[in-house]
Design a protein around this ligand. Sequence first.
Ligand code: AMP
Ligand code: MG
Length: 272
Amino acid sequence: MKRIADSLKVRGRAVRLAKWDPRATPGCKDKEEAAERLAKNLARIDTLQYRLYGETRRSLLIVLQGMDTAGKDGVIRNVLTVFNPQGCRVWSFKVPTPNEAAHSFLWRIQMAAPARGDVAIFNRSHYEDVLVVRVHGLVPRSVWSRRYKSINMFEAHLHEHGTRVLKFFLHISRKEQRERLLARLDEPLKRWKFSDADLAERTRWGSYQRAFEEVLARCSPKHAPWYVIPSDRKWYRDLAVSEIVVDALEQMNPQLPKVKLDLKRLRARLAR
Ligand code: AMP
Ligand code: MG
């Protein structure tokens, strides 16, 4: 069976998001198959994170980006909760505080990077500094256009430190976003999530897609490529993310430290 990771990985330089179908489900037949495979992947992630934590040598960074309602929170809730909280942290990056804004854009990001043995999940990330910042012109082009290079250098630095960087762009259609925003109005339990600001961002759909295309094209080196996750179907989105995480952890193949113990002597000391 072809691994999902292969078909969703960004390669090469030019990316046209119009050519990536948000409803596609490459490598998986239907919802039932997805549920079965997701359960297996979660069990595998559990085992591998245990080894990563015990090894205490390397770390995993998962970056989630996407338009409003694309499912960043959903992926965390449905898939990434598999990680033992002892060894995992979620960071949600919002509009920078005055203190954060007084530093370079990577300052708050570096502070959140995972320690050896740990997993860090970024709900939004340093990429906002070439997405929302670019679309809204919060800094001049001459400033944000240099950031792609800074980001690539930063991620290369993390990679050299032993951090595996996985970046997921949750790709939804404009039509699907409309459905999900309507659901936030219609369903009382979802209303708290509704934000007027999301409607304003929605009017800039095209500018965001172009900003994402540039991110995907310019920041997908071999050691830290983007994955475009078709996300109109939540079951496929969750399966794809889980499978790519499994593959990355399998490749890392973390090992529990080898211990030499004189079992006989130690057991004797515990004789009573
Ligand atoms: P949410 O993810 O819905 O809680 O919203 C967080 C908001 O913070 C989004 O509108 C982001 O675009 C915004 N945000 C995150 N990082 C930055 C940044 N570096 N500069 C400006 N706005 C940001
Ligand atoms: Mg929001």
